[in-house]
Design a protein around this ligand. Structure first.
Ligand code: GAP
Length: 516
């Protein structure tokens, strides 16, 4: 199936099964804003728990924080967001559509990469076992030509972005023959900068009100609390502050469902270290974060690092963890070595000393920071993309009996156990309720008695429930139930009194944490 079709199916699956709804859908929705339904919120909470516990529970030197969304407006002057948190925009005069100039160019770069990948795939098929990919990449004329085009474009693009050279960005778009996907023309306006922060007013009277911003990242809440936490927690370097919270960006090109939203959630860690040691910690956080992703079991081949050529104004090293979405490898998480930029800048703008006194060296200095920053919503999309599976269960050639199953890691599944009485009579519902009452304190259970058992299994598969138990007449005799496993669909008979411990162990977030 074409990847785009899979993605469309995924979006409708998320809606149909109560994971994600368009915001205020009653009024036709609000662009790039989404609500999480009854299953979505459970999955989202489990993702947050996995992240939070991996940071705060497993690392003695990491503590949590929950800072306000509204912050003093000078925060955003100091952080550089007022002056530099911009996207370069370009309009197509014929379609009247607006695009991010950098995204148009990045898409073109991706096309060169796709061409190379296609050549490799073709050759691999042709040569079979004897295929030497590196040799092919180094010698095939079509691959080499595309590689050269890619490198030239990339170098020009990185320079234009680093120099904020808007005229050059437009020239690149023209030189590369990039046309508007809607009108098909290259009738572009000049490229302009557009600030991504939402603003509002705080205060009751028009004269007394002041302009404030909705935070575009949670990180600044951590920086302005650095001293509070360090002093009250008597923290010694290196130490980290972790936070989960909403962030807001007036994204112009809001695309791909919950991949790029205007209101989203971030999970950020700022790790404070001695100056000079930041690149060592940058490397170790890269490794630790990749391990966190791989522990979910979605396959190493679907992840990669993408080191930045163009560094943000505050960073001396940066990389993205990318995941292979149906629309290509895309960023899920950013890991940045932010130097002392933020703390030094807040010190300058606030006039207050923000330093660390090192009792060993008897010196005071501004700590350096390594940041890991991941979007909850993007991680949600990554997980649900990887988990979505269509299987044909028919054993007859040419026939279809499709089941859609979300192969979620059990610890993240919204519902861990479905409790299903075989019929609505003979005391089976009462017995099922009784079993559920002993389980519901430990994990999320769902009781269902409507429809055939097969249909109920399918509904649970579609929301990723790892275990279903069926209460039947035998249960009434020997206190055993059938347990059905989501992925294999295998069924076994187990004693009711062993259920709680068996399932609890398999669905606990600890199963993931222990892999780290
Ligand atoms: N404090 C650093 C920072 O905010 P970022 O690369 O702009 O860095 C970090 O964002 C992560 O937040 C991204 O990797 C992505 O997962 C998520 N994110 C950023 N913008 C987003 C948006 N508009 N919608 C959904 N997630 C977003």
């Amino acid at each position: 199936m074409v990847q785009e079709d899979i993605f469309k199916k995924l979006v409708s699956h998320c809606k149909e099964y109560g994971f994600v709804f368009p915001s205020s859908e009653l009024y036709d929705g609000l662009s790039a804003v989404y609500d999480y339904g009854q299953n979505g919120v459970e999955l989202k909470n489990n993702i947050k728990k996995y992240w939070w516990d991996s940071m705060v529970l497993l690392n003695e030197e990491v503590v949590g924080l929950d800072a306000a969304i509204f912050m003093h407006p000078t925060t955003w002057k100091a952080s550089g967001h007022v002056d530099a948190f911009n996207d370069p925009l370009v309009d197509n005069r014929d379609s009247k559509k607006r695009y991010r100039a950098d995204v148009l160019i990045e898409d073109k770069l991706a096309k060169y990469e796709e061409k190379i990948a296609k050549e490799v795939a073709k050759a691999a098929k042709r040569f079979g076992e004897a295929f030497d990919e590196q040799q092919f990449l180094d010698t095939n004329p079509r691959v080499m030509a595309n590689r050269e085009k890619y490198d030239q474009l990339n170098a020009r693009f990185v320079k234009a972005m680093n120099d904020t050279d808007l005229a050059e960005l437009k020239q690149i778009i023209l030189d590369e023959g990039i046309n508007c996907p809607v009108s098909g023309t290259a009738n572009w306006t000049d490229v302009r900068q557009f600030n991504l922060m939402f603003s509002t007013e705080m205060g009751s009277t028009a004269e007394g009100a002041s302009k404030i911003y909705l935070r575009p990242e949670t990180a600044q809440g951590i920086f302005v609390n650095y001293l509070n936490v360090q002093k009250t927690g008597r923290m010694k370097l290196p130490f980290g502050i972790a936070q989960i919270g909403k962030a807001f960006r007036n994204e112009i090109v809001a695309r791909q469902f919950i991949f790029r939203m205007r209101e989203f959630e971030q999970m950020e860690l700022q790790y404070f270290v001695k100056p000079g040691s930041e690149l060592k910690f940058f490397e170790s956080w890269k490794e630790r974060r990749m391990k966190w992703h791989l522990a979910l079991g979605f396959g190493e081949e679907n992840y990669r690092f993408h080191d930045h050529d163009k560094l943000a104004h505050y960073a001396n090293a940066a990389t993205d963890v990318e995941f292979k979405f149906p629309f290509g490898f895309k960023e899920v998480e950013g890991i940045h070595s932010r130097t002392d930029f933020d703390l030094a800048s807040h010190q300058k703008f606030s006039g207050k000393k923000i330093q660390y006194f090192d009792p060993e060296s008897n010196e005071s200095f501004t700590p350096f920071v390594v940041e890991t920053s991941i979007g909850v919503d993007r991680m949600f999309l990554q997980i649900i993309t990887a988990a979505y599976t269509e299987e044909n269960l028919s054993k007859e050639a040419g026939k279809e009996d499709m089941r859609v199953v979300l192969k979620l890691p059990p610890a993240l599944a919204p519902v861990k156990l479905a409790v299903l009485p075989l019929t609505k009579k003979d005391g089976l519902p009462e017995k099922a309720r009784k079993i559920m009452d002993t389980m519901k304190f430990d994990f999320n259970c769902q009781y269902e008695e409507k429809d055939s058992i097969g249909r109920r299994y399918r509904r649970q598969d579609a929301i990723g429930t790892p275990y279903c138990i069926t209460i039947d007449h035998q249960t009434m005799e020997d206190d055993t139930v059938t347990i059905r496993h989501r992925d294999t669909m295998e069924q076994e008979r187990v004693a009711v009194n062993s259920l709680l411990d068996t399932i609890k162990e398999k669905v606990d977030i600890k199963t993931l944490l222990k892999k780290l």
